[in-house]
Write a protein that binds this ligand. Structure first.
Ligand SMILES: [Fe+2]
Length: 246
């Protein structure tokens, strides 16, 4: 977690009590777990207005581009623990990218884009909830993040599905510059330079820093079941400090 912002715990029992128990050891759990429909395809066929897939594409079998969970919230979950209870017949690989590294690359290679991404406000909206912040937030000099070895990177909020581009925070003449920076960032975190891809086994628990990494998944076929725990950031960092990790 310290070095890469993620880890995979092997050998966990494939039931909700396993991941919930481990998450509670890591930190306070925001909501116990979220259980996806057992058979997404069958569920869609039963009801074309599938209430889960309509609410959140995470409940569908479609590909999910890399994103921050809770990007519409002021304080998104600090870390996520995910376990695939049942693998899909095909596909469903997890994809992740380190946005702290992406930030450092853009800072060096494209200072203009870095300025846009770290200072221009951007809205993320989801079912009536809206947050307004730069896509990449930095700490000021007096409060560098302990977890990242003194880096001024604080957190990313990036979700193409909840980005509200129409919000009138940016002047029309500045739009090309804004979109150039967003495109640069989006391409970087999905490039082989930063993208990490893995297929989780049912006894794996993937834990990652939701303020630092974006995550997504490949499309899949067949039935798949996933359970996740949302962990608060402050408690997660505190537990790490107690354990002498951070
Ligand atoms: Fe997600």
């Amino acid at each position: 977690m310290w070095q890469y912002g993620l880890c995979v715990l092997k050998g966990s029992p494939s039931n909700p009590s396993g991941i919930h128990g481990i998450s509670k050891k890591l930190a306070d759990v925001k909501s116990h777990y979220r259980e996806y429909p057992d058979d997404n395809k069958r569920y869609s066929e039963i009801d074309s207005t599938n209430q889960f897939a309509d609410f959140d594409l995470g409940f569908s079998d479609l590909a999910l581009s890399t994103h921050t969970d809770n990007s519409d919230m002021e304080y998104p979950a600090g870390a996520l623990a995910l376990q695939v209870m049942k693998k899909a017949e095909q596909g469903g690989e997890s994809i992740l990218a380190d946005c702290m590294k992406a930030t450092e690359i853009i800072r060096k290679e494209d200072p203009e884009a870095f300025h846009v991404l770290t200072t221009w406000p951007m809205a993320n909206a989801f079912h009536g909830s809206v947050s307004l912040a730069p896509m990449i937030e930095l700490h000021n000099n007096s409060s560098c993040r302990i977890m990242n070895g003194g880096s001024d990177f604080k957190r990313v909020k990036f979700c193409e599905l909840s980005r509200s581009s129409w919000q009138p925070m940016i002047d029309q003449e500045d739009m090309p510059e804004f979109y150039r920076a967003v495109k640069l960032f989006s391409e970087l975190i999905t490039s082989p330079r930063l993208l990490f891809e893995t297929l989780l086994e049912p006894d794996d628990i993937l834990v990652f820093d939701n303020w630092r990494l974006v995550h997504g998944r490949r499309a899949f076929q067949g039935s798949r079941k996933l359970i996740g725990c949302f962990i608060t950031h402050e408690d997660f960092v505190y537990k790490g400090r107690q354990a002498g990790v951070f």
